[in-house]
Write a protein that binds this ligand. Structure first.
Ligand code: NAD
Length: 353
């Protein structure tokens, strides 16, 4: 197993250091894994003049999986769009054809009161949002702004091919099969033709998965149901834009951005695993970031790319033990609670292993 490690910017290297400690324990206990580290994002721009240098891309392409930290920071905000650190993630997704974004929203019992919703609504929440990453309004042509001031027109195009819809829906059905066998497909077929196609294809594929119950929901209703009764959902599959919005909404249900991992997978199970949060420039360098999303990203990698549910569960249980011991980083601490450091939390997970 070859893992490319790309820590990135801001808190990325700090939280990656804790994930590396976890990986060291697994390796000591027999996991056959090789790692190689490379610069990405702003750090790569500073050194090589590009956020995704050819050597970093090659490393990612040749690895079985990529463990990614986070990129970006105010220092790079004035750069041309194609040199911004965030371009590195888009480049990796495109070059490695990572088209399926898996974002779990899980509420650990110890943190049920960190949510802005009532604990009884979110306690035990465990849902998975699968977002398509390569199509939709973010890539469709024509696009742009035309016309003179006073008469300008802004255009973006929702564009989906059948092949793009088919492969993401298959990813949804397969994931549902591994979980509760319930798949909710989100669309906006009442007003968008591209979404009517989405719904038609979902219905056409359903007979291939007779063990999975397929339901449909319009995106506006889904946005409401996610805050009204989130436990209604198990696996949710949607297009790029709706998934962008709904997955952020779902992550807020859990109360902490510092707890949530994600995966972006290709058709063969190779993936890029990263926390959902960014580089948190406001706390970078202070040693206070929550490393758990990064560590849980490693657990997802063990499960989804390496098909090792045992070691993945071992890491997740170690995270649970660290939380049960009462340790809290600033983002998940209640008022008055002692706040621990990034390293303290990482070491507690290592002890939990
Ligand atoms: P952010 O996720 O970095 O931070 C939002 C808030 O959450 C901040 O207050 C931050 O301190 C806090 N936070 C985030 N992760 C945390 C953690 N692990 N522990 C404790 N607190 C945490 O979002 P932002 O401030 O909007 O963006 C900062 C930079 O990150 C920008 O340059 C943005 O483009 C970039 N970004 C990168 C990625 C990525 O690398 N995939 C994703 C989102 C944003």
């Amino acid at each position: 197993m070859n893992i490319a490690i790309l820590p990135g910017d801001g808190i990325g290297p700090e939280i990656m250091a804790e994930a590396a400690k976890v990986l060291d324990v697994l390796r000591r206990d027999g996991l056959k894994v090789e790692t190689e580290t490379a610069l990405v994002g702003g750090a790569a721009y500073d050194m090589h003049g590009h956020p995704l240098p050819p050597a970093t891309l090659k490393l990612a392409q040749e690895a079985d999986a990529v463990l990614f930290g986070s990129v970006g920071g105010p220092k790079y905000d004035a750069l041309p769009r194609e040199l911004r650190p965030e371009k590195a993630i888009l480049g990796l997704r495109k070059e490695c054809d990572f088209f399926a974004n898996l974002r779990p929203a899980t509420v650990f019992p110890e943190l049920a009161d960190a949510s802005s919703l009532k604990p009884e609504i979110v306690a035990g929440l465990d849902l998975m949002i699968i977002r398509e990453l390569t199509g939709d309004i973010y890539f469709g042509e024509p696009r742009g702004v035309t016309g003179e001031k006073g008469h300008r027109v802004g255009i973006n195009t929702m564009h989906y091919t059948e092949a793009q819809i088919v492969r993401i829906l298959h990813a949804g059905f397969r994931t549902a099969r591994q979980r509760s066998k319930r798949l909710c497909s989100i669309d906006k077929m009442n007003v968008l033709e591209a979404m009517q196609l989405w719904r038609d294809i979902a219905n056409e594929l359903a007979p291939e998965y007779p063990d999975v119950e397929l339901t449909h929901m319009l995106v506006d209703n889904a946005a409401m149901q996610l805050v009204r009764n989130p436990k209604h959902f198990d696996v949710v599959v949607c297009g790029n834009m709706f998934g962008d919005i709904l997955s952020d909404e779902a992550s807020m249900l859990t109360g902490s951005i510092g707890m949530l991992p994600s995966a972006s997978l290709d058709a063969n199970g190779k993936g890029l695993y990263e926390p959902i949060h960014g580089s948190a420039p406001d706390i970078a360098g202070k040693g206070v970031a929550n490393p758990l999303a990064q560590i849980l990203s490693l657990a997802m990698m063990l499960k989804y790319t390496f098909n090792l549910p045992g070691p993945a569960a071992r890491v997740e249980n170690a995270v649970r033990k660290a939380l049960a011991s009462g340790l809290r980083t600033g983002d998940i601490a209640r008022q008055g609670e002692r706040v621990c450091s990034t390293a303290e939390m990482g070491e507690a997970v290592v002890r939990g292993l």
